[in-house]
Design a protein around this ligand. Structure first.
Ligand SMILES: *Cc1c(COP(=O)(O)O)cnc(C)c1O
Length: 381
């Protein structure tokens, strides 16, 4: 089955044995009647499993060419579950230019439990090896990175993780399985904030993991049930509905993203534009190799270079909404230094390029002319 068919049908065989409904029913129930203390029809309690969630988990697995999907109440709850595979004394090597919430979870929660994190710029995959020792268990990769749009070569990192028998997890939120499929490139775990492109309509907070290895899946299902950060059936239904149009939405996100990136590049009030589709982007060749297209995320800094100039631009936007998050049908603009990445100390932030004048755009699927006009007026005023 091709990807554009999988978004609609992947993992959805026989989802409603009772009436053959095309969409799975929303099983808004906590528990299921059993015939005997050990006899049930596959579901007994909705933290452990729910048919609507199960339909979504199968769809998520199918999209990533994986065997097992595991849904969580948020993207961070999914990351939390991966880290619970580890124990005190273990070490993690993570991308340095990381989603702010992931960084906060690593450094302010799991570090307190004795897990050590190394934050490494992974554009040169060989740099990872310097930090590997006998305690290293996990490599955490985010690509494209947020908000600097660096691209990490997943295949090159997976060669290192396999050589040292480590787990490789990839946060695939920005790219989505439409653009890149990390399991096929050697990753062990794919993580999503389904809140973003998978849901796609800015109405659900959810996370997911996809894996191929059965033993690893069993451990993660155990954590899902034991820690209990599961999504509700109604939300699972909404994300499943969102996934059905993922391929069409992504195609338009990519087209609009490309036009916006080029327009910004030629705007006299813009300094730098970060978008992996530019031939002079430092990791363009890797992006071209591992991604189908370049996505709808574009970051740029103002020519004026000050915090005030960036704040003024985002406040003047009319079609773009100033707000956290990304990946919905509507265009959003954010100011990483004071919003998504405010939890990262300024010093660390600037080391990775997140200067005060940086603006991050999630380019939506509106008419691109309206988006270009809006950016132009906001940058001129
Ligand atoms: C939003 C986001 C997360 C966290 O997901 P939530 O659903 O907000 O918990 C993690 N990684 C990336 C890249 C994100 O954009």
């Amino acid at each position: 089955m091709k990807f554009n068919t999988k978004t609609i049908h992947g993992g959805q065989e026989n989802i409603d044995p009772a009436y053959n409904s095309v969409m799975p029913p929303i099983y808004q129930t906590t528990t299921f009647k059993q015939s005997t203390p050990h006899g049930h029809k596959g579901f007994e309690y909705s933290r452990s499993g729910n048919p609507t969630r199960n339909a979504l988990e199968k769809s998520m697995a199918s999209l990533e060419n994986g065997a097992y999907g595991i849904a969580f109440g948020s993207g961070l709850a999914a990351i939390d579950a991966v880290l619970k595979l580890l124990k005190s004394g273990d070490e993690v090597i993570s991308t340095s230019d990381l989603y702010g919430g992931s960084y906060r979870l690593f450094t302010q929660i799991f570090q307190n439990f004795g897990i050590k994190f190394h934050f490494v710029g992974m554009e040169n995959a060989a740099d990872i090896e310097k930090h590997i020792n006998g305690n290293t268990k996990l490599i955490w990769v985010e690509t494209p990175t947020n908000p600097m749009m660096n691209i990490i070569d997943i295949e090159a990192v997976s060669r290192i993780s396999k050589k040292h028998q480590l787990l490789l997890a990839v946060d695939n939120t920005f790219a989505t399985p439409y653009l890149q499929q990390p399991l096929d490139l050697g990753a062990d775990i794919i993580m999503h904030s389904a809140t973003k492109y998978l849901g796609g309509h800015s109405d659900v907070v959810m996370g997911s993991l996809v894996v191929n290895d059965e033993a690893l899946a069993k451990r993660l299902y155990f954590i899902q049930n034991a820690s209990g950060a599961v999504p509700g059936p109604q939300d699972c239904f909404l994300v499943l509905r969102g996934i059905k149009t993922l391929h069409v939405r992504m195609q338009r996100h990519c087209e609009n993203g490309k036009d916006v990136a080029h327009a910004l590049k030629s705007n006299p009030n813009v300094d730098k534009v970060y978008w992996p589709g530019f031939e002079d982007h430092p990791n363009h060749e890797i992006a071209k190799k591992q991604m189908k297209d370049y996505g709808g995320m574009v970051s740029f800094s103002t020519k004026a270079g000050t915090l005030e100039s960036a704040v003024k631009v985002v406040e003047n936007l009319k079609v773009f909404t100033l707000g956290e998050s990304l990946g919905g049908v509507e265009s959003l603009a954010g100011h990483p230094a004071s919003m998504t990445h405010a939890s990262i100390p300024k010093e660390d932030r600037e080391k990775t390029g997140i200067v005060d004048s940086l603006i991050r755009l999630s380019v939506g699927i509106e008419d691109v002319d309206d988006l270009l006009e809006d950016l132009n007026q906001a940058l001129t005023s």
